[in-house]
Design a protein around this ligand. Structure first.
Ligand code: ATP
Ligand code: MG
Length: 491
């Protein structure tokens, strides 16, 4: 990176964000404008290309429809913000004469989201890409969440531009990933818009073992409709065309948004064997969105649950944490247990739950966690989540043991192995659960300096709330039973 560019980076990073987007002070504005002019002049000298040529470009959609190009001043004119973010030092992006394989037409749904609902950075990325002649859409979780009225966690963009081409359009970007390269377009305050080139399902491996469906490499560029088909669930495969305010649907996802259904794209058993993590994702979305799981998808997950043992272990533990973090941990863990996946991932917890009542402390503790996440708008630290998940079974397994820490450590060992739990995390859980009974009984003064003391207090807080919930729900159950009996005796 030249020193000019490096210096400019700081200028860009120092821009202040306000409600209208990114604004700079007047002085900064002038410096940037002068730099832009110098670069434009230099670029013209170097390439002989005029910026005017770029303006005449038309998007593929415009070319197809014969519509006038975006050279028409009104539609092309980039805003000050756009220009500020552009890499005017890069040569004009060549739109590759990459032939577009004809594909099926999507069903289109005109839907205009509220201006404030779409992340301004994501919008800029999509618009700059389309103005440079590429296809670009908002995709995945953000479209799904906007459609169900939730505020998206993050905004992802999919495009026909290759990573280097995206990189060339956004100086404030970097290519990440070795196996599949994505571009992170960086905005102030560490805000990142992940921009991925359309991919397609990998061609069927010519493996000797036809039963082995596990996908080991999915590094194949494709077209938009192929990118939709490679995704996991229909509700996650909707593309949003920002300029035309339309949802493009190749997979029937809109119908499933309306019917609040989780359904896979293609045969569920095949999709789950290709990537077993998708079974946990089905649970995550069903629980978080309060959607139903299509019966054939549910049955396939029950049938394929053994494949979870073949998934990469860090992905499994991360996905379990996501189930805990999503604000619907009670529903998630219930589904995990009911569908038999907990037997594979956490058999210790599964065995413990088999002996408990349906309204046991464990379920109330998860409900208290969900309430806390709803209140705070964010999930607590992963170590506390681990302690919440394992407090009950580990307390049971170490009950009456003289060396509690050792007993808990022993019980944790197979879980660390099975899920590749990070040592630090497992150690934190062990220490919280070891000190908890002593702190609770007032004999834990010596733990006050422990880095996990605060988390132990937070666990107590959740456990107290769980107890209140439990006694409340049992009281309500008793009251309604009394009312029923009274009505019956009157009758
Ligand atoms: P969240 O709100 O939890 O981030 P998300 O749907 O955005 O939900 P991500 O893990 O961020 O989930 O993935 C982004 C998109 O990538 C998904 O919406 C989906 O289309 C696709 N995707 C993610 N994981 C898989 C997978 N295992 N198999 C197929 N497609 C996947
Ligand atoms: Mg996401």
């Amino acid at each position: 990176m030249s020193s000019l560019l490096a210096g400019d980076w700081h200028l860009v990073m120092s821009l202040k964000r306000n409600d209208d987007g990114f604004r700079s002070t007047g002085g900064l504005q002038d410096r940037l404008r002068r730099q832009r002019e110098r670069r434009a002049a230099r670029r013209e000298e170097e390439t002989g290309a005029s910026t005017g040529a770029k303006r005449q470009r038309r998007t593929p959609a415009e070319r197809k429809s014969g519509a006038p190009g975006r050279g028409s001043r009104r539609s092309f004119r980039a805003s000050d913000e756009d220009r500020r973010w552009s890499d005017s030092n890069a040569s004009p992006v060549p739109r590759r004469a990459r032939s577009k394989r004809p594909g099926p037409a999507p069903s289109e749904h005109a839907i205009e989201f509220h201006q404030n609902d779409i992340d301004p950075g994501a919008k800029k990325v999509v618009q700059r890409l389309t103005r440079a002649g590429y296809e670009a859409y908002l995709v995945g979780g953000c479209v799904r969440d906007l459609l169900v009225g939730k505020s998206p966690k993050d905004f992802d963009v999919a495009t026909s531009a290759r990573p280097e081409e995206v990189r060339a359009l956004f100086r404030n970007s970097r290519i990440i990933g070795r196996r599949f390269r994505l571009v992170h377009v960086l905005f102030p305050q560490r805000h990142v818009i992940e921009t991925a080139t359309f991919r397609r399902n990998p061609p069927k491996a010519s493996s000797a073992d036809d039963d082995d469906l596990l996908i080991r490499s999915d590094n194949f560029f494709g077209e938009a409709h192929e990118d939709a088909l490679r995704r996991d669930f229909t509700i996650n495969a909707l593309f949003y065309d920002v300029d035309r305010a339309r949802v493009l649907d190749w997979v029937g996802g809109m119908a499933h948004i309306q019917s609040t259904t989780i359904d896979t794209i293609g045969e569920p058993a095949v999709r789950f064997q290709e990537d077993p993590i998708r079974m946990l994702r089905a649970i995550k979305f069903a629980a978080r969105l309060d959607f139903g799981i299509e019966p054939r998808v549910y049955d396939a997950a029950v049938q394929c649950r053994g494949c979870l043992a073949m998934a990469a272990r860090p992905r499994l533990s991360e996905e379990i944490l996501r189930l805990m973090r999503g604000g619907a941990s009670q529903r998630s863990m219930w589904l995990l247990w009911e569908m038999g996946m907990m037997d594979i991932l956490l058999p210790e917890l599964s065995a413990y739950l088999a002996d408990q009542e349906d309204d046991a402390d464990f379920w109330q503790l998860l409900a208290a966690l969900d309430q806390r996440i709803a209140r705070d708008g964010e999930a607590p630290n992963d170590i506390l989540l681990g302690a919440v998940l394992l407090a009950e079974p580990l307390a049971e397994s170490s009950e009456g043991k003289r060396d509690r820490a050792r007993a808990i450590g022993r019980s944790l060992e197979p879980m660390i192995e099975r899920l590749a739990l990070p040592r630090r995390q497992a150690d934190g859980v062990r220490r919280i659960l070891t000190m908890a009974p002593k702190v609770r009984s007032g004999r834990g003064k010596r733990f006050q300096k422990s880095e996990f003391y605060g988390l132990t207090q937070q666990l107590f807080d959740l456990q107290n709330r769980a107890k209140e919930r439990l006694s409340g729900s049992r009281r309500r159950a008793d009251d309604s039973l009394d009312a029923e009996e009274a009505a019956a005796s009157k009758g």
